[in-house]
Design a protein. Sequence first.
Length: 399
Amino acid sequence: MLACLVCTGAGAGAALVVKSPAQVAADTAPPAQDILTATVEHRVISQSLITRGHVTASQHADVSAGPQADKDVGRSVVTKVNAAAGHEIAAGQVLLEISGRPLFVLKGAVPAYRDLAPGKRGDDVAQLQTALRESGHPTGGDAAGVFGPGTRNAVISFYRSIGYEAPTIEVAAPETKESKPIGTASSPVLKEAEPPSSVPVLPLSEVVFVRSFPAYIDEVRAKVGDEAGASLLSLSAGALTVEGSVTPQEKGMIRPGQEVRIYSEAMGRQFTGKVTSVGKDRSPAQDGSQDTETEKYTVEVAPTKPLPTELNGENVQLTVVAASSKGKVLAVPSSALSTGADGLTSVTERRGRAEYRIPVTVGVSGDGFVQVTPQKGRRLGIGAQVVVGVQPGTAVGGP
């Protein structure tokens, strides 16, 4: 009896492990493929170009020390630093002190190129008058562009408001002539000249003009005790804009007026703007070679609203909306399109296990989607499932 039970058990075990050739082939065959589908949508399609951009102000300037107005100064040295990188600066603010004298900033488009004193005339004088008035120091009845008594008093008042006395220069009094009485020799007699007088002056070494405010300190290189020379600090002024860079191939997608999305990863915020210009920019190649150049195009972007000052100098992501559908359209993923031997572009709609080829006309594309319009006599509805690819099946219990 025991022997029979053993034989029976052995036979049962053999039945479990021994398979026919057909069964082995079925078990080792690749698993069936899964059909991947996507939903037909009703949406706005935008053709976008993504690049990087740098937030910058409209004006940049390097500040250097000019010749000192005070002839008694034996050495031009930095004696005080009031500026720090990243700080916003206002009109009239003292940035540095050089040999005890201030270096301040005022609003104006004409750079300082000469000392301004009573009697001077010109556009730079008119600019100074405007800057003084905007800082709360009226120039009296002086004509625009004429450095008269009102402007002189305004200069003195301004300097005192920032904690300094206005520098002065000596001006010789004009010589006067006196004629002899009638009947005497006609040769005029020169009277002795009046002693020279001191008048206030605005030295070019003490002022930096920027086109607009707000203004920002980009970098401070000067330290107390340094010899005052070139490039003491750099600053930027005016509204923040964004400069991007694209290749010649990408340049064809961009034109002034296009919408731009400006995204700051550091702030986690998105802003909007418009393309204002696209210009050629030949920059040296970055591959270490000296003779080759890489052709690039600079894209200027003006924000729709003023950007936060914290973005000055930051690298941001730019998404340029190059084209857009007019309202919502029937859209499928671009991978749903195929071209048959008959030359027709079509999508394949899947209904249950059945598939139907639907010829379509394509429109605008972007963001991975394509506008499609079913050809005459065919229908493709919102929410339908279209084939976008196949995925190999996974065997149960497989790796």
